[in-house]
Ligand binder design. Structure first.
Ligand code: HPA
Ligand code: ZN
Length: 321
């Protein structure tokens, strides 16, 4: 079986960050919005480092205004994921970019994205669930707004709450109120941690009650923490290609995914923001095969780990296992 054909479960994909540059450019032209300096000479996204990536990301999102745009985006993203063998995906979508925390606007955006998911399930055979995601560098108040609208719309398509953005701003505990609110509304929890932050920050993030970590790779620096992740079955949403491009690791050879897996931590594989990082699920699998010799059985293991950690109901899980 080719790597592309392996049925895949992807848990860590930013919906806005999955927008192809030509999609963003087309919307900018339609809306007559000038997007200076976000594209390189070849038309791809341009950024120097993680902080610049985040500001370019926010800039690209300024043209994604309206439920119809998110419908089109979701269909395009899911068609691409399905092409690479993804059968189940979870996507981060941010209330900050979908109405700015206004509940009525958020409901409209969410309905459009859920409709796109339903249509893609019919046409492309891929299932999508949503994780409402706060953007850390937008601040704790924006995070609370995101959690409030997420809590109001918990259930069905929206199954989780998470947090992305600049990991080193503030402390994880600053966002505890939002995670408590989301949990009480029945949402499952994940947060980016250990992409840039150290073991201490990962521990503080675990104290928010998350069941999964976005990235989590710096856990490798602390053997006791690695053991704790394994013992507590905390699943890592690992995005090797993203880590390489953003220089969270020095290269594929240096990536800790194999060591974490060998230590019994449930690791899963995702693309994060594929067009930004010039990656696809197939390319991630190629990297893992090339670097660590992963074979079909290894990919099956990681997909089973992903299905087990997916924020979906048991019937959906049974269908993808
Ligand atoms: N890290 C943190 N925040 C993000 C990312 C990422 O890779 N992508 C979009 N928001
Ligand atoms: Zn991410």
């Amino acid at each position: 079986m080719s790597l592309r054909d392996i049925p895949k479960v992807e848990l860590h994909l930013h919906l806005e960050g999955a927008a192809p540059p030509e999609f963003i450019r087309g919307l900018a032209a339609e809306k007559k919005i000038k997007l200076d300096g976000i594209f390189d000479a070849d038309g791809g996204y341009e950024f120097r480092d993680f902080a610049h990536f985040l500001s370019q990301y926010d800039a690209a999102c300024t043209v994604l205004t309206g439920p119809e745009e998110f419908y089109r985006l979701t269909r395009a993203v899911l068609a691409e994921s399905a092409f690479h063998g993804v059968i189940y995906s979870e996507t981060f979508l941010s209330p900050d970019f979908c109405g700015g925390g206004d509940l009525h606007a958020w409901r409209d955006y969410l309905a459009a994205i859920a409709q796109a998911a339903q249509d893609a399930e019919r046409d492309d055979g891929i299932v999508l669930r949503g994780i409402a995601t706060a953007v850390r560098h937008h601040g704790a108040e924006a995070c609370r707004k995101a959690a409030r609208v997420a809590a109001e719309t918990s259930g069905g398509f929206l199954t989780g709450f998470g947090m992305a953005g600049a990991e080193l701003e503030g402390r994880p505990g600053d966002f505890a109120y939002s995670f408590d609110l989301a949990r009480e509304a029945g949402l499952r929890l994940t947060a980016h941690a250990g992409e840039w932050g150290d073991a201490q920050r990962i521990r503080e993030t675990l104290a928010l009650g998350v069941e999964r970590l976005g990235h989590g790779i710096r856990a490798i620096e602390d053997a006791a923490l690695v053991q704790e992740l394994a013992d507590r079955n905390i699943t890592l949403e690992v995005c090797p290609g993203s880590n390489v491009v953003l220089k969270a690791v020095t290269g594929w050879d240096d990536h800790p995914i194999q060591k974490l897996r060998d230590a019994g931590v449930p690791v899963t594989v995702s693309t994060d923001d594929p067009p930004f990082f010039h990656t696809t699920m197939t390319a991630e699998y190629e990297g893992l095969q090339r670097t660590f010799g992963w074979q079909e059985a290894d990919f099956r293991d990681t997909n089973i780990a992903a299905a087990k950690a997916a924020f979906c109901d048991d019937a959906t899980r049974d269908a993808i296992l």
